[in-house]
Design a protein around this ligand. Structure first.
Ligand SMILES: Cc1cc2nc3c(=O)[nH]c(=O)nc-3n(C[C@H](O)[C@H](O)[C@H](O)COP(=O)(O)OP(=O)(O)OC[C@H]3O[C@@H](n4cnc5c(N)ncnc54)[C@H](O)[C@@H]3O)c2cc1C
Length: 465
């Protein structure tokens, strides 16, 4: 079989949000040539197969590639995100990445893009359409597939579903032609939340919805993630509140109580202690809507759905042929395994700042472009582990705070952060004037408590073993 040989400085596997953010910084900060390979037809990764009513969960300002703005700069005037920065729709995100590829990356003459290609390892890939095979001679390989993003339309549920059951991914809610008797939404993560909100938005009676929630989740308040000085007291205030809650806590449980009391965490039902934390972000108006669902099934995970029963860890509930079961059990970013980011000729982008995979990929690319030696690069890019259980918040916050401290000590990175559009916060902090005593007081609370918060988190990590 003929294998065509190609040459590039970097071979990037995956043109999702992570691969695109990485490539963008390499193009801006180096002279490197890049080959991008992906099995999807368009750049943007999982956005190729997103559900039609999906939007970003965090403000558009922090998403995309560093060199091209995604946000319209508008605030929502209606709906459950009213008063907060725009959340780009899935279609807008897909169109954005297409635009970036066609009008920014390819015109540089330094990018070769291979959609519809399966990477086979060892620099080799094969085109699904032509059957042609390629081998890339390269300096470095970037594995931008590590987070293993999983979305309902492409994942296989980890429970059995009998043939007669009306079972659909949340994407297919838009294909419903006649209202069923009821809905069962499966999964309490952000996609489950999206499905419930979309049904309610379309005037489905809350009593028609049963929500299978194996674990309740701690949620983040979107108002605390807003760009711009007008939200300073929410964003920076919530950071200050977070550190104080950690420092003054008397136990792990007490820390979560305090984090909720200061407005850092939200939850759907105050009588149920969350056991899950995936960093899902919602507005308070969305939370209020979710609280209209009274029929929440807390009986563990589903094992099987038959034509008349849903069998869970802790028992069974009735179902019927005219019930639509909506699969929201895929976990967005899924890979809890941690490896060093820089491994000689291999680079594996992972999260280096909590909740921000795209910013993380851009920063890792900057470190690759501007620093020498894997040891130093890995020191600057400590991996922030993906959270799953509630207590993972401790591990993840400690790792992120250590990175933030290291970046603050490094003049080059501090300056880069100020200029990078994906990092809204450094700029917000430096734009506070000396005379603004109220805002200065908030920053002082952060500075004063951050070291003690790290120590307390380390203590809790020790207790958790
Ligand atoms: C509904 C939803 C909303 C979200 N909202 C936000 C948000 O508001 N803000 C935020 O920061 N993050 C958000 N996220 C997380 C997020 O979108 C990031 O996009 C996440 O990091 C995924 O990007 P990725 O590039 O790692 O993964 P993917 O999008 O999955 O990209 C990986 C790419 O690798 C390709 N690939 C994998 N293996 C191979 C192979 N062998 N050969 C060829 N190609 C391969 C895949 O085809 C894919 O295109 C959201 C996620 C979801 C699901």
């Amino acid at each position: 079989m003929h294998i065509e040989t190609l040459k590039a400085d970097y071979l990037i596997i995956g043109s999702g949000a992570v691969g695109m953010a990485f490539a963008d910084v390499l193009l801006s900060e180096t002279d490197a040539n890049i080959i991008l390979v992906d099995r999807y037809p368009k750049p943007g990764g999982h956005w190729n197969v997103a559900y039609p009513y999906v939007t970003l969960h965090q403000p558009s300002q922090y998403y995309g590639v560093s060199s091209v703005e995604l946000s319209t700069g508008k605030k929502d005037q209606v709906g459950l995100n009213k008063g907060l920065s725009d959340l780009a729709s899935g279609q807008a995100v897909s169109a954005y990445y297409d635009e970036v590829m066609r009008h920014v990356f390819l015109p540089t003459g330094r990018v070769q893009y291979f959609p519809m290609c399966d990477y086979r390892g060892d620099g080799q890939f094969e085109c699904r359409l032509s059957g042609k095979s390629f081998k890339v001679e390269r300096e470095k390989t970037v594995d931008a597939t590590w987070l293993k993003t999983s979305v309902p339309s492409t994942h296989t549920p980890n429970f059995k579903v009998d043939d007669e059951v009306n079972f659909i991914p949340l994407n297919d809610l838009t294909k419903i032609k006649q209202a069923p008797k009821s809905y069962v939404v499966i999964g309490a993560g952000k996609t489950g939340i999206d499905a419930v909100l979309w049904l309610l938005e379309n005037r489905v009676d809350p009593d028609m919805i049963r929500w299978v929630m194996p674990r309740d989740a701690w949620l983040l308040d979107r108002e605390n993630t807003q760009p711009g000085l007008e939200f300073f007291h929410k964003t920076m205030g919530s950071q200050a509140g977070q550190f104080e809650a950690i420092v003054h806590s008397t136990s792990i449980e007490n820390m979560f109580d305090r984090l909720e009391a200061c407005g850092y965490f939200l939850r759907i039902d105050k009588s149920v202690r969350p056991k899950m934390f995936h960093g899902a972000t919602i507005s308070r108006a969305e939370l209020e809507e979710l609280c209209r669902i009274k029929n929440i099934i807390r009986m563990g995970r589903i094992k099987q759905i038959t034509k008349d029963e849903i069998i869970l860890d802790e028992g069974a509930i009735a179902t019927s042929a005219d019930t639509v079961h909506v699969d929201c059990s895929a976990r967005a970013v899924d890979n809890e395994e941690i490896v060093p980011v820089f491994q000689g000729e291999l680079i594996v982008p992972q999260m280096v700042r909590s909740y921000q995979p795209v910013f993380s990929a851009a920063l890792i690319a900057h470190v690759e472009a501007a620093y020498e030696g894997d040891e130093e690069k890995n020191r600057l890019c400590g991996v922030v582990p993906l959270p799953n259980h509630d207590t993972d918040y401790i591990r993840f916050t400690a790792a992120f705070m250590m990175n933030q401290y290291n970046w603050g000590q490094d003049k080059g990175i501090s300056q880069w952060l100020l200029k990078n559009r994906l990092d809204g916060f450094s700029d917000m902090v430096t734009s506070v004037s000396k005379e603004d005593t109220e805002k200065r007081a908030v920053l002082n609370r952060i500075r004063k408590n951050a070291p003690m918060a790290v120590m307390k988190l380390q203590q809790y990590l020790g207790e958790l073993g």
